[in-house]
Design a protein around this ligand. Structure first.
Ligand SMILES: Cc1cc2nc3c(=O)[nH]c(=O)nc-3n(C[C@H](O)[C@H](O)[C@H](O)COP(=O)(O)OP(=O)(O)OC[C@H]3O[C@@H](n4cnc5c(N)ncnc54)[C@H](O)[C@@H]3O)c2cc1C
Ligand code: SF4
Length: 449
């Protein structure tokens, strides 16, 4: 596969709406009073209002309405599972088909991106400082709202570029990096300092932030994919799904996967992204192995359909047992074992158990692990925060941690029955964190006045 073909494969798949299509779709909206779609959007965007502005060709106003409620609204228009959120709640579901809320949101925000709009201004300085660790959707949203309220905000980001998984994790053919960069720049323009290539806990100790700022927000997301703990995991050709996708988000797309047989382990959204990336990198055969069945799969339905369209094969009730090497350190296959489901465990999900004697080997040049993400335990403990297996314990209204000066939001608080790992929820939690910090610091200021 040549370079031009590779680049085409990673261009955004879905074309945006044309002006005529957007206006026609906007005119279908019933502009419901007490609209259920607003309730269904975790960031509470005033959906009828932004759609009405599209209909009256006030596109900047529309983009502003969206981004006011959701500082990463351009990304969300592409990555939200709309059929489970806003569009699912649309009253037109009962008669015809729901309004294409995500696509209209994309139409308005794309206009703002193409016309290089700056949508918000920083508030008058109030003399208070906040450090934010992590510049993903949660950190950026907290920063945007704090800056609008007059705080001097510094974001510390370990990576070379800001934006978190919107910049590095979600595949380019669904979310181009340029969209995430625009959202980051909207925040930068509010005089938020973003110190990239700066890993807290390594480059700067946690204590320095606790001593130097009025409040600290931990928005570090989750870490790498955990180990499988099976033989052969150290072989060349075994990848972490997040790192695998990340190499397709830079300027140079890797060419070494063309013609390869790839096996992805796991069936969440990350697994689907790794599998569809493999296909687009030219892999000849891509399989997803999952130890449970389609019913238990955590990937969104639209992601599953997308992978099927890309000819990804699903092997249900199949678990990896050993990665097979060629004696020179390279992967040549994966030994699997068939599973069956027994009674439900503590989490309510039926437990998979191996079927004795059902082992078989699949040929593979590469194995991609996509079985969840580990937690940034060391940093959480350096901040001395209460947590459950790396899920930071917070008050779910204020996102305050066990240290009153430290707040945590986004994927770092997801898990153990708490929250959801989605861009839109991280954005909402970031906003709520900002308002809680404001309330706390204003209260403290009033008490000490
Ligand atoms: C492959 C993949 C596909 C996904 N697809 C979707 C999707 O389609 N739709 C959807 O809604 N959600 C999707 N998600 C989930 C979504 O991306 C996350 O829920 C969301 O990004 C969480 O935001 P966050 O700000 O909490 O964390 P992140 O986006 O992970 O950002 C955390 C930031 O903190 C930085 N950081 C970590 N440690 C440190 C440190 N010590 N010092 C400084 N900085 C640090 C990281 O570098 C990172 O930039 C996907 C996730 C993955 C992995
Ligand atoms: S942010 Fe997501 S859930 Fe909310 S209206 Fe937009 S697409 Fe729907």
């Amino acid at each position: 596969m040549n370079k031009a073909q590779l680049e085409r494969n990673f261009q955004e798949i879905e074309a945006g709406l044309s002006k005529r299509e957007a206006i026609e779709e906007a005119n279908r909206c019933l502009y419901c009073y007490d609209a259920p779609c607003i309730q269904a959007c975790p960031t509470g965007i005033d959906i009828p209002s932004f759609i009405k502005k599209i209909a009256s060709e006030n596109i900047k106003g529309s983009a502003k309405t969206i981004m006011l409620s959701n500082p990463v609204g351009a990304s969300c228009s592409r990555v939200c599972p709309t059929e489970e959120l806003c569009e699912e709640a649309c009253v037109l579901n009962h008669s015809t088909k729901p309004i294409m809320i995500g696509n209209l949101q994309r139409y308005a925000t794309d206009w703002a991106i193409q016309n290089e709009q700056t949508l918000f201004e920083a508030g008058n300085k109030n003399g208070k400082t906040v450090a934010i660790v992590g510049s993903g959707p949660a950190g950026l949203s907290a920063a945007r709202e704090l800056a609008r309220m007059g705080y001097a905000v510094t974001i510390f980001e370990a990576e070379q570029e800001a934006g978190g998984l919107n910049t590095y994790g979600i595949v380019s053919f669904r979310l181009p990096q340029a969209v995430s960069h625009w959202e980051v720049n909207q925040v930068r323009r509010l005089n938020v300092e973003i110190r990239t290539n700066t890993r807290i806990g390594t480059d700067i100790p946690a204590q320095e932030l606790l001593d130097g700022f009025d409040a600290v927000v931990l928005a570090i997301g989750m870490g790498r994919v955990p180990d499988l703990h099976i033989e052969g995991e150290e072989l060349n050709g075994v990848h972490d799904a997040i790192e695998f996708v990340k190499q397709t988000k830079g300027n140079e797309l890797p060419s070494e996967y063309a013609g390869k047989w790839m096996v992805v382990i796991g069936a969440g959204n990350t697994a689907i992204d790794a599998a569809t990336c493999s296909v687009r990198l030219g892999a000849e055969n891509v399989k997803i192995l999952y130890r449970r069945t389609k019913e238990e799969m955590t990937a969104y339905d639209f992601e599953y359909k997308f992978a099927k369209q890309d000819s990804v094969e699903f092997r249900w009730l199949t678990a990896p047992k050993r990665i097979v090497g060629n004696g020179e350190g390279n992967v040549i296959g994966i030994e699997c074992i068939k599973m069956e489901l027994t009674e439900a465990g503590e989490d309510g999900r039926r437990r998979p158990v191996p079927v004795a004697g059902s082992e078989f080997v699949l040929p593979a040049d590469g194995v991609i692990k996509a079985i969840g993400q580990v937690r940034h335990l060391e940093l959480i403990e350096e901040f001395a925060l209460a947590h459950k297996s790396g899920v930071v314990t917070v008050d779910l209204k204020t996102y305050q941690t066990s240290n009153p000066k430290v707040f945590a939001c986004g994927d770092v608080v997801f898990g153990k029955g708490q929250g959801e790992a989605m861009v839109v929820t991280a954005a909402q939690q970031g906003k709520q964190t900002a308002y809680a910090i404001h309330e706390q610091l204003i209260k403290t200021a009033a008490e000490t006045a």
